[in-house]
Design a protein around this ligand. Sequence first.
Ligand code: ATP
Ligand code: MG
Length: 335
Amino acid sequence: MTQTITVIRGDGIGPEIMDATLHVLDSMNLGLQYEFADAGLAALEKQGELLPQATMDSIRKNRIALKSPLTTPVGEGFSSINVELRKRFDLYANVRPAKSFPNTKSRFPSGVDLITVRENTEGAYIGEGQALSADGEVATLTQRVTRRGSERIVRYAFDLARRIGRKKVTIVHKANILKSTSGLFLKTARAVAAEYPDIECNEMIVDNTCMQLVMRPEQFDVIVTTNLFGDIISDLCAGLVGGLGLAPGANIGTDAAIFEAVHGTAPDIAGQGKANPCALLLGAAQMLDHLGMPEKAAKLRAAIIATLEAKDSLTPDLGGTGNTMSFAKAIASRI
Ligand code: ATP
Ligand code: MG
């Protein structure tokens, strides 16, 4: 069966890492067809708008997009195109794996292999009730957590765990203080967890979670949490495994899913062949899992690990003398 995916080459280092990623995917005989669409600065220059209707239509039709980082120019109507895409497609699950890889700057060379599942649409990010009193002394903000929103994110986390063979889900909350919002999340999460007796489940308060992540990260497998806690925790986890060059992310909704690298457009190294393509490649591996090709995803990850182990053609950020495409070719040769 042929699957068509929308491919957004993006801005800055985007086109380079996308070409490298597609080179590796092409070597895997996946039966994928690419439909190229523009967003960000590239779209503004070619089509006069940041998020053209044709791009929206393409994602809606194919339901799957692989996306390079995008530049959101200041004063063009959006504060962030990435956030706008998440809103328009109701991409409620933000899924960020953090895994330590060989020959990278990880603080925990072997121990970290966890996935943060962050609720992406509600909590402190609904953009309501932001107010500052006239005298500038008092600020308020509305948070909203719903049973439906909590249920679908926790269910997503447990289904993911089951699908990819993970053993444990940790529910992260602050229900002792944020009794209404975090309380509802925790209560809903417990009910969902009861439906998955095959997956171990525990609960942890967010502050303790941060300490535990730094001291004993190996105890975590899948973490599920609300929007703001998930934002902070997923960056903490990226830091545990050596930062941006190897951090992928997926934004998943009912009708569409967008797979990406966590890092930005890196204008300082754009066009120089220095960009590390691994984060986007690992995003592509998440996409293959999502498309029901877990063996292919595993093969891709294994080829990346083998290339890192061999220190073959690594990009400068990993201490190598290779470039974006030679690194990709070294990975493809190990598939
Ligand atoms: P943006 O405004 O799009 O977020 P940025 O300048 O903040 O761009 P980031 O992509 O967030 O850039 O990157 C921060 C730093 O990490 C930069 O110095 C960049 O060169 C480096 N970096 C980011 N991604 C990569 C990558 N894939 N390979 C190598 N270095 C990278
Ligand atoms: Mg940035």
